[in-house]
Design a binder for this molecule. Structure first.
Ligand code: ADP
Ligand code: MG
Length: 247
Protein backbone atom coordinates (compact mmCIF):
# COMPACT_ATOMS: atom_id res chain seq x y z
CA UNK A 1 0.00 0.00 0.00
CA UNK A 2 1.26 3.49 -0.83
CA UNK A 3 1.98 5.77 2.13
CA UNK A 4 0.08 8.63 0.50
CA UNK A 5 -2.28 8.31 -2.46
CA UNK A 6 -4.26 10.83 -4.46
CA UNK A 7 -7.19 9.27 -6.28
CA UNK A 8 -8.92 11.05 -9.17
CA UNK A 9 -8.33 14.46 -7.65
CA UNK A 10 -10.11 17.39 -9.28
CA UNK A 11 -9.72 21.10 -8.48
CA UNK A 12 -11.35 23.92 -10.40
CA UNK A 13 -10.74 27.65 -10.12
CA UNK A 14 -13.82 29.04 -11.85
CA UNK A 15 -13.60 27.74 -15.40
CA UNK A 16 -9.99 26.61 -15.01
CA UNK A 17 -9.36 22.91 -14.39
CA UNK A 18 -6.20 23.16 -12.27
CA UNK A 19 -6.21 19.49 -11.20
CA UNK A 20 -7.71 17.14 -13.77
CA UNK A 21 -8.39 13.64 -12.44
CA UNK A 22 -4.92 13.18 -10.94
CA UNK A 23 -3.68 9.91 -9.39
CA UNK A 24 -0.40 9.93 -7.48
CA UNK A 25 1.30 7.50 -5.09
CA UNK A 26 4.09 8.26 -2.61
CA UNK A 27 6.00 5.52 -0.86
CA UNK A 28 8.46 5.55 2.02
CA UNK A 29 11.98 5.16 0.70
CA UNK A 30 11.18 6.80 -2.62
CA UNK A 31 11.44 10.29 -4.04
CA UNK A 32 8.58 11.03 -6.43
CA UNK A 33 9.28 14.07 -8.58
CA UNK A 34 6.43 16.12 -10.02
CA UNK A 35 7.43 18.17 -13.03
CA UNK A 36 5.58 20.29 -15.55
CA UNK A 37 5.51 23.79 -17.03
CA UNK A 38 4.58 26.88 -15.02
CA UNK A 39 0.89 26.92 -14.28
CA UNK A 40 0.54 23.15 -14.74
CA UNK A 41 -1.00 22.80 -11.28
CA UNK A 42 1.93 21.45 -9.24
CA UNK A 43 1.51 23.83 -6.29
CA UNK A 44 -2.26 23.39 -6.40
CA UNK A 45 -1.78 19.64 -6.07
CA UNK A 46 0.60 20.08 -3.11
CA UNK A 47 -1.90 22.40 -1.43
CA UNK A 48 -4.58 19.73 -1.70
CA UNK A 49 -2.28 17.03 -0.33
CA UNK A 50 -1.27 19.24 2.61
CA UNK A 51 -4.87 20.25 3.30
CA UNK A 52 -4.70 23.97 2.47
CA UNK A 53 -7.05 23.54 -0.50
CA UNK A 54 -10.08 21.26 -0.61
CA UNK A 55 -10.40 19.22 -3.81
CA UNK A 56 -13.71 19.41 -5.71
CA UNK A 57 -13.66 15.66 -6.26
CA UNK A 58 -11.50 12.63 -5.59
CA UNK A 59 -9.83 11.44 -2.44
CA UNK A 60 -6.55 11.49 -0.56
CA UNK A 61 -5.51 8.40 1.40
CA UNK A 62 -2.83 8.24 4.11
CA UNK A 63 -1.85 4.65 4.93
CA UNK A 64 -5.10 3.71 3.22
CA UNK A 65 -7.17 5.99 5.45
CA UNK A 66 -9.29 8.73 3.87
CA UNK A 67 -7.91 12.13 4.92
CA UNK A 68 -9.54 14.19 2.15
CA UNK A 69 -11.40 16.39 4.66
CA UNK A 70 -8.77 16.47 7.40
CA UNK A 71 -7.43 19.97 8.18
CA UNK A 72 -3.74 20.92 7.78
CA UNK A 73 -2.92 20.61 11.48
CA UNK A 74 -4.42 17.12 11.80
CA UNK A 75 -2.53 15.97 8.70
CA UNK A 76 0.74 17.28 10.09
CA UNK A 77 0.14 15.37 13.33
CA UNK A 78 -0.20 12.28 11.12
CA UNK A 79 3.22 13.08 9.67
CA UNK A 80 2.18 14.72 6.40
CA UNK A 81 4.03 18.02 6.04
CA UNK A 82 5.02 20.53 3.43
CA UNK A 83 7.86 23.02 3.53
CA UNK A 84 7.17 26.72 3.63
CA UNK A 85 9.44 29.41 2.32
CA UNK A 86 10.94 31.07 5.37
CA UNK A 87 7.62 32.37 6.61
CA UNK A 88 8.27 31.15 10.12
CA UNK A 89 12.02 31.78 10.38
CA UNK A 90 13.04 34.37 12.98
CA UNK A 91 16.10 36.12 11.48
CA UNK A 92 17.63 37.27 14.78
CA UNK A 93 17.52 33.79 16.25
CA UNK A 94 20.26 31.30 15.45
CA UNK A 95 19.59 28.34 13.18
CA UNK A 96 19.42 25.92 16.11
CA UNK A 97 17.09 28.21 18.08
CA UNK A 98 14.72 28.36 15.12
CA UNK A 99 14.67 24.58 14.89
CA UNK A 100 14.23 24.29 18.66
CA UNK A 101 11.07 26.37 18.33
CA UNK A 102 9.77 23.84 15.79
CA UNK A 103 10.60 21.00 18.17
CA UNK A 104 8.81 22.86 20.96
CA UNK A 105 5.76 23.39 18.74
CA UNK A 106 5.75 19.69 17.94
CA UNK A 107 5.92 18.86 21.63
CA UNK A 108 2.78 20.89 22.10
CA UNK A 109 4.00 23.87 24.11
CA UNK A 110 2.49 27.25 23.54
CA UNK A 111 4.74 29.91 22.07
CA UNK A 112 3.33 32.37 24.62
CA UNK A 113 5.25 30.60 27.33
CA UNK A 114 8.44 30.50 25.34
CA UNK A 115 11.53 31.06 27.45
CA UNK A 116 15.18 31.09 26.43
CA UNK A 117 15.67 27.46 25.60
CA UNK A 118 19.35 27.19 24.74
CA UNK A 119 20.84 24.30 26.64
CA UNK A 120 17.62 22.38 27.14
CA UNK A 121 18.60 18.94 25.90
CA UNK A 122 15.01 17.83 25.24
CA UNK A 123 14.77 20.58 22.63
CA UNK A 124 18.39 20.91 21.62
CA UNK A 125 19.12 17.26 20.82
CA UNK A 126 16.22 16.72 18.41
CA UNK A 127 16.87 20.17 16.89
CA UNK A 128 20.51 19.25 16.29
CA UNK A 129 19.45 15.96 14.72
CA UNK A 130 17.12 17.82 12.34
CA UNK A 131 19.87 20.31 11.48
CA UNK A 132 22.22 17.40 10.77
CA UNK A 133 19.66 15.77 8.47
CA UNK A 134 19.37 19.05 6.61
CA UNK A 135 23.18 19.33 6.37
CA UNK A 136 23.37 22.50 8.42
CA UNK A 137 25.15 21.53 11.65
CA UNK A 138 28.11 23.80 10.94
CA UNK A 139 25.79 26.83 10.91
CA UNK A 140 23.88 25.90 14.07
CA UNK A 141 24.93 29.02 15.94
CA UNK A 142 24.65 31.48 13.05
CA UNK A 143 21.71 33.91 13.17
CA UNK A 144 19.19 32.78 10.56
CA UNK A 145 19.22 36.21 8.93
CA UNK A 146 22.95 35.86 8.19
CA UNK A 147 22.69 32.50 6.42
CA UNK A 148 23.29 32.30 2.67
CA UNK A 149 20.15 31.70 0.59
CA UNK A 150 20.84 27.99 0.16
CA UNK A 151 21.42 27.57 3.88
CA UNK A 152 18.15 29.35 4.66
CA UNK A 153 16.36 26.80 2.52
CA UNK A 154 18.17 24.04 4.42
CA UNK A 155 17.05 25.65 7.68
CA UNK A 156 13.47 25.70 6.42
CA UNK A 157 13.82 21.98 5.71
CA UNK A 158 15.33 21.33 9.16
CA UNK A 159 12.33 23.09 10.73
CA UNK A 160 9.96 20.76 8.86
CA UNK A 161 12.04 17.70 9.84
CA UNK A 162 11.85 18.80 13.48
CA UNK A 163 8.10 18.22 13.24
CA UNK A 164 8.78 14.50 12.76
CA UNK A 165 7.17 14.05 9.36
CA UNK A 166 6.84 10.77 7.51
CA UNK A 167 5.81 12.32 4.24
CA UNK A 168 7.52 15.44 2.90
CA UNK A 169 5.95 17.70 0.29
CA UNK A 170 8.65 19.96 -1.14
CA UNK A 171 7.64 22.75 -3.52
CA UNK A 172 10.72 23.88 -5.44
CA UNK A 173 13.30 23.49 -2.65
CA UNK A 174 16.08 24.56 -5.05
CA UNK A 175 14.36 27.76 -6.23
CA UNK A 176 16.83 30.64 -6.50
CA UNK A 177 19.81 28.51 -5.56
CA UNK A 178 23.24 28.68 -7.13
CA UNK A 179 24.58 25.54 -8.79
CA UNK A 180 26.68 24.61 -5.79
CA UNK A 181 23.75 25.22 -3.43
CA UNK A 182 21.54 22.99 -5.60
CA UNK A 183 24.14 20.23 -5.49
CA UNK A 184 24.32 20.49 -1.70
CA UNK A 185 20.51 20.32 -1.45
CA UNK A 186 20.50 17.37 -3.87
CA UNK A 187 22.79 15.47 -1.51
CA UNK A 188 20.63 16.37 1.48
CA UNK A 189 17.45 15.20 -0.27
CA UNK A 190 19.14 12.03 -1.43
CA UNK A 191 19.92 11.12 2.17
CA UNK A 192 16.31 11.82 3.23
CA UNK A 193 14.98 9.23 0.78
CA UNK A 194 15.55 6.31 3.14
CA UNK A 195 13.35 7.54 6.00
CA UNK A 196 10.60 9.48 4.25
CA UNK A 197 8.13 9.43 1.41
CA UNK A 198 9.05 12.53 -0.62
CA UNK A 199 7.12 14.49 -3.22
CA UNK A 200 9.55 16.81 -4.98
CA UNK A 201 8.30 19.61 -7.22
CA UNK A 202 11.37 21.01 -8.92
CA UNK A 203 12.41 22.84 -12.08
CA UNK A 204 16.07 21.86 -11.82
CA UNK A 205 16.02 18.87 -14.20
CA UNK A 206 19.54 17.79 -13.27
CA UNK A 207 18.36 17.45 -9.66
CA UNK A 208 15.09 15.77 -10.65
CA UNK A 209 16.65 13.15 -12.87
CA UNK A 210 19.46 12.38 -10.43
CA UNK A 211 17.17 12.14 -7.37
CA UNK A 212 13.82 10.77 -8.46
CA UNK A 213 12.77 7.14 -8.21
CA UNK A 214 9.48 8.03 -9.90
CA UNK A 215 8.55 11.01 -12.05
CA UNK A 216 5.08 12.30 -12.86
CA UNK A 217 4.49 14.92 -15.53
CA UNK A 218 1.68 17.43 -15.11
CA UNK A 219 0.45 19.50 -18.06
CA UNK A 220 -2.63 21.74 -17.79
CA UNK A 221 -3.64 19.96 -14.57
CA UNK A 222 -3.48 16.52 -16.13
CA UNK A 223 -0.91 13.85 -15.28
CA UNK A 224 0.25 12.80 -18.76
CA UNK A 225 2.84 10.24 -17.62
CA UNK A 226 4.30 8.51 -14.55
CA UNK A 227 7.42 6.37 -14.72
CA UNK A 228 11.09 5.99 -13.94
CA UNK A 229 13.36 8.88 -14.93
CA UNK A 230 14.50 6.86 -17.97
CA UNK A 231 10.93 6.13 -19.04
CA UNK A 232 9.97 9.78 -18.69
CA UNK A 233 13.02 11.01 -20.60
CA UNK A 234 12.11 8.73 -23.52
CA UNK A 235 8.34 9.24 -23.47
CA UNK A 236 7.39 10.87 -26.79
CA UNK A 237 4.32 12.63 -25.37
CA UNK A 238 6.36 14.07 -22.50
CA UNK A 239 9.09 15.25 -24.84
CA UNK A 240 6.54 16.93 -27.04
CA UNK A 241 4.51 18.50 -24.23
CA UNK A 242 7.27 19.49 -21.90
CA UNK A 243 10.88 18.40 -22.15
CA UNK A 244 10.95 19.11 -25.88
CA UNK A 245 10.31 22.79 -25.30
CA UNK A 246 13.72 23.11 -23.66
CA UNK A 247 15.65 21.66 -26.59
P1 ADP B 1 2.39 25.46 -10.89
O1 ADP B 1 2.73 25.33 -9.43
O2 ADP B 1 2.52 24.17 -11.64
O3 ADP B 1 3.18 26.55 -11.57
P2 ADP B 1 -0.19 26.36 -9.91
O4 ADP B 1 -0.70 25.19 -9.17
O5 ADP B 1 0.39 27.47 -9.10
O6 ADP B 1 0.85 25.87 -11.02
O7 ADP B 1 -1.35 26.97 -10.78
C1 ADP B 1 -2.14 26.16 -11.66
C2 ADP B 1 -3.16 27.04 -12.34
O8 ADP B 1 -4.16 27.43 -11.38
C3 ADP B 1 -2.60 28.34 -12.90
O9 ADP B 1 -3.28 28.64 -14.09
C4 ADP B 1 -2.88 29.35 -11.81
O10 ADP B 1 -3.01 30.64 -12.36
C5 ADP B 1 -4.19 28.84 -11.27
N1 ADP B 1 -4.41 29.15 -9.84
C6 ADP B 1 -3.61 28.74 -8.82
N2 ADP B 1 -4.10 29.12 -7.63
C7 ADP B 1 -5.25 29.80 -7.90
C8 ADP B 1 -6.23 30.44 -7.09
N3 ADP B 1 -6.14 30.46 -5.75
N4 ADP B 1 -7.28 31.03 -7.71
C9 ADP B 1 -7.39 31.00 -9.06
N5 ADP B 1 -6.51 30.41 -9.87
C10 ADP B 1 -5.45 29.82 -9.32
MG1 MG C 1 4.18 26.25 -8.25
Amino acid sequence: MATLSARKLVKRFGGLLATDDVNLDLETGRIHALIGPNGAGKSTLIAQLSGELAPDAGEILLDGKDITRLPVHARSLEGLMRSYQLTSVLPEFTAIENVMLSVQARQGHSFRFWKPVTGQATLRDPAMAALAEAGLVQAADTPAGELAHGQQRQLELAMVLAGEPRILLLDEPMAGMSQSESREMTQVLSRLRERYAVLLVEHDMEAVFSLADDVSVLVYGRCIATGTPAEIRNDPEVRKAYLGEEE
